[in-house]
Design a protein around this ligand. Structure first.
Ligand SMILES: *Cc1c(COP(=O)(O)O)cnc(C)c1O
Length: 382
């Protein structure tokens, strides 16, 4: 035994490089926005989740500053210990009112919301049925819960129905989990049909609205609203870090379910409360979403402009501001991303293992200009 126990890491990194799967960070040097300074170069930003351009909105910044001055930087403890502030509760009420649910609770991130919720709701005697393309946090939440996990084919309710018929009766509880907007494709889950199946087979449904909140539905409440399913019994979760321009996650559901999670969700009980600044910024964001529907309207106008510029290319089916250009290999995706970057356009190559097939992913912001889409179209056609 003379080998170094860490030497495998170097070999693994080499394998990652060889497969063109290697990732590294890129530095943005100014405020978030449709144009950013990326490593010394001004670029059009198609890589952000800040759909409504709220992350650099003065009102969010000022709300965060005010919370900092009032409460300080850290929450100093878990919510159940010394971390709870009035603005946490105010934010939770605001989320519940946006989602039209009885109650809501905020977590330190969307990832933690999924881990904690899933592990609290199901266990060894239970079943989780998840869409095969679900977000990493749902997949890991499923593992953490200890339940039996079975994937169904992407957005395929026939397959879900088949698996429910086959397995449901062998388990105590069953939780169906799905993204509403699939973050790396931009398509939508067939929510009404999934809700019907959940009801038919006596299953709970956890719906991940991370990319839908603030974007989908008439008031920006998400896909539940978009599909006219408001008021139906399910568990909605999402993030404060995408269209809401802040940081944190939430679960919105019945009063009893939220009360249960406050007593059982480890990733909420044993972690420090959301910081005052993040909480205040998210609260300001929801107020803006309520009062300024024109931001969402502009986002959808811009989404149509992007689709127009990309027509004729291999665009994956999407009903959202996430538009993907399908490509044959990770190498091709990397080369095209590089070419765009040289022309001043920032759009990430998304590759396995994140997705099964390589692509360039464009996400639209309300503050993109028509000229930004024109420039992208010119470079792609050029
Ligand atoms: C981003 C995302 C999350 C995680 O949210 P964070 O607040 O960033 O941790 C969860 N689910 C989906 C579908 C996401 O896109």
């Amino acid at each position: 035994m003379n080998s170094n126990p860490y030497s495998w890491i170097e070999e693994s990194l080499e394998t990652i490089h060889k497969a063109h799967w290697y990732r590294s960070v890129k530095t943005i040097q100014n405020r978030a926005g449709a144009m950013v300074e990326l490593e010394g170069k001004s670029v059009i930003n198609f890589a952000s989740n800040d759909y409504l351009a709220l992350a650099a909105d003065e009102r969010l910044i000022n709300a965060a500053i005010e919370a900092l001055l009032t409460y300080g930087t850290g929450s100093t403890g878990s919510r159940l210990l010394s971390g709870h502030r009035e603005i946490h509760r105010e934010l939770e009420s605001k989320i519940a009112s946006l989602k039209q649910t009885e109650d809501a609770m905020v977590f330190s991130s969307g990832y933690l919301a999924n881990l904690g919720t899933m592990a609290a709701l199901v266990g060894k005697r239970d079943l989780i049925l998840g869409d095969q393309y679900n977000h990493s946090s749902l997949k890991n939440g499923a593992k953490l819960s200890g339940a039996t996990v079975i994937d169904y084919l992407h957005c395929n309710t026939e397959d879900l129905n088949k698996k429910l018929s086959q397995y449901r009766l062998s388990y105590r509880r069953c939780l169906i989990v799905t993204d509403s907007v699939f973050s790396m494709d931009g398509d939508l889950c067939p929510l009404p049909e999934i809700l019907d199946l959940a009801q038919e087979f006596n299953c709970m449904l956890l719906l991940d609205e991370a990319h839908a909140t603030g974007v989908m539905g008439k008031t920006g409440a998400g896909c539940v609203e978009y599909f006219n399913c408001t008021g139906r019994e399910l568990i909605q979760m999402g993030t404060l870090s995408k269209a809401l321009g802040s940081l944190g996650g939430y679960v919105a559901a019945s009063e009893k379910l939220i009360d249960f999670l406050r007593n059982r969700a480890s990733s909420w009980i044993y972690t420090t409360a959301l910081s005052p600044a993040d909480t205040a910024a998210a609260l300001a964001a929801i107020k803006i979403i309520e009062n300024e529907p024109q931001r969402r309207q502009q986002l959808w106008k811009n989404t149509a402009l992007l689709k127009k510029q990309l027509s004729g290319f291999n665009i994956l089916p999407s009903l959202t501001p996430i538009i993907c250009l399908g490509l044959d290999s990770p190498q091709q995706a990397l080369e095209l991303a590089k070419k765009l970057l040289e022309a001043g356009i920032f759009a990430p190559a998304i590759r396995p293992p994140t997705v099964p097939t390589s692509r360039l992913r464009f996400s639209v912001m309300a503050t993109h200009q028509a000229s930004h889409f024109q420039q992208l179209g010119d470079v792609l056609r050029g």
